[in-house]
Write a protein that binds this ligand. Structure first.
Ligand code: AMP
Length: 512
């Protein structure tokens, strides 16, 4: 069977199409429709994923990983488990494995192919890391398709079936915020026009505000600081999250924190107070939205938006809904549960034509449903500013550029004039100083050494799969060299991680 997977920061959801072609959520082993994206490596061996891992996280915080999605594509991030490094791909692979295992159990069929959703702000590195996670989970690249989350929401809402137009998707989940502007082409395809997002802005920041508030009240009342008591802190977080959810329904609520045997501390809060203490977070989301519409590569204005979609659990917060409605002067589309819209859209995509390129070329001719993407951040190279001698970022491809895109710049010279080759370091981020950006990789261009101080032209191309090609030309000689950048894990590293994961799972069997 084919499944759609919403591999979320906080929770993950799996859906497939039923015999009528309608999306249906596949429940996990516990009968839940959502599986917490939490991975735990117990001392005694094996791997635990989901609710049990989440509930046990306080017993082994150093061996429990949450919110790994925030680290996708970060090659420097890893958790150390028994002197072995587990990177974001390897951890995400464990979540995928569990989702697939439970889906197979629920449906009584093997999963052969899957559509995995990613935020539109995922750039080449993060997309590549997601594909590698699926490979470590045992899938061939040909059996995995990535789909942008906002596009998935559009599919679920049936946008594109009827009219062309401009769609804005405001997506706030547990840990991330994503603002996406999309064009629906007359043939029903989707093109991302622009995207802005924060990998560290989401519902959990609202929880943090509430926790800080409760903590302050407790200290003021003479109770001990919950920061010094892990279990108490976890209890407060649990309760404030519940309070936040209630305040989406009611005008006020309260929680009781156990501070001693038979002794509880009560906190009352109105929705207005909650809105006030979290307004700055909502403001931050609109800073992103404003920046998106202000960007020179984004043609549409907010007045051009024909359809408004809210995605992610945090968009249940009434203040967010009101602010979005005020900003656009229109009501968002309603009717699909925010928690399942992305997975259900991914299930619909399983039956549709994949994005161009790759091996998905059969039949069709209809719109490109899985959608043209844009670069979420500037991509450029490291260069040395001749005036200050500082290492700086030189932009080649600007953010919001639609891929497949190609841009060239000339005026580059060898830093080391004696060297027979040039080394090009590719950076992503758009910050002035080279070191403030993320390094995507580097490559050497040999045989370009003729001439004492030749000038080079550098061209970067991002293809429709998000792969980056670089080319440099010696303008004195016309000689050219090119490469395709390998981002992230090598095939050997993926193979090693497959083995390691299998070993961990074998441990589990022995332990049972
Ligand atoms: P997601 O990543 O889309 O599953 O979103 C999860 C986030 O949505 C978490 O931070 C939840 O606390 C938040 N959330 C879920 N339901 C509600 C609600 N009724 N009101 C406010 N926030 C909610």
């Amino acid at each position: 069977m084919q499944i759609g997977v919403d591999l979320g920061t906080t929770n993950s959801v799996v859906a497939r199409l039923d015999e009528n072609g309608d999306p249906e959520i596949l429940e996990n082993e516990r009968g839940d429709r959502k599986t917490p994206s939490v991975v735990q490596f117990p001392d005694e061996g094996g791997v635990i994923v989901g609710t049990t891992a989440k509930n046990n996280r306080m017993t082994a915080p150093d061996r429990t990983v949450q919110r790994v999605k925030r680290h996708m594509g970060d090659e420097d991030w890893a958790v150390d488990i028994d002197r072995e490094e587990w990177g974001p791909e390897a951890i995400s692979a464990e979540i995928l494995k569990k989702l697939v295992e439970d889906a197979e159990e629920a449906a009584g069929e093997d999963v052969e192919e899957m559509v995995v959703t990613v935020p539109a702000y995922f750039g080449p590195k993060e997309r590549n890391a997601t594909v590698n996670a699926a490979k470590i989970a045992g899938f061939d690249e040909a059996d995995i398709e990535l789909l942008n989350e906002p596009t998935s929401a559009c599919l679920r809402y049936g946008i594109g079936d009827t009219d062309a137009g401009t769609v804005f998707v405001y997506d706030m989940g547990g840990g991330t915020f994503d603002a996406t502007l999309m064009n629906v082409t007359p043939d029903g395809g989707f093109e991302v026009e622009g995207v802005k997002g924060g990998q560290r802005l989401g519902g959990e920041d609202f929880d943090d505000e509430l926790y800080d508030h409760v903590r302050g009240e407790m200290i003021d009342a003479g109770h001990s600081d919950p920061e010094d008591n892990r279990a108490l802190k976890a209890d407060i977080y649990e309760k404030v999250t519940g309070l936040k959810h209630n305040l989406s329904q009611t005008e006020s609520g309260s929680i009781a924190i156990m501070v001693g045997p038979g002794d509880s501390f009560n906190v009352d809060l109105s929705r207005d107070e909650f809105d006030e203490m979290t307004e700055h977070l909502v403001d931050e989301t609109f800073d992103y939205v404003d920046a998106l519409f202000d960007h020179e590569k984004v043609d549409a204005a907010k007045e051009d938006v024909d359809e408004l979609l809210l995605v992610g659990g945090s968009t249940r917060i009434p203040n967010i809904q009101e602010r979005v409605e005020d900003y656009f002067g229109m009501e968002p589309s309603k009717g699909v549960d925010q928690d399942y819209v992305v997975a259900e859209g991914a299930a619909l995509q399983t039956e549709l034509e994949p994005q161009g390129g790759g091996d998905g070329g059969e039949g069709g001719g209809d719109g490109d449903t899985s959608g043209k993407i844009v670069l979420p951040r500037d991509i450029g190279l490291k260069t040395v500013d001749p005036d200050s001698d500082k290492e700086t970022f030189e932009m080649i491809l600007s953010e919001q550029t639609s891929v497949e895109a190609s841009e060239s710049k000339r005026g580059f010279r060898k830093v080391d004039k004696q060297s027979p080759k040039i080394t090009i370091e590719i950076l992503e981020g758009g910050k002035a100083l080279a070191e403030e950006n993320d390094k995507l990789g580097e490559f050497e261009l040999k045989n370009l050494d003729e001439g004492s101080d030749p000038e080079f032209e550098v061209t970067f191309t991002v293809d429709e799969e998000g792969k980056l090609h670089a080319e440099a030309t010696n303008l004195d000689t016309g000689r050219t060299a090119e490469t395709t950048l390998e981002i992230g894990l090598t095939e050997q590293e993926i193979e090693d991680q497959i083995q390691r994961s299998e070993q961990k799972h074998a441990d589990t069997v022995t332990r049972d």
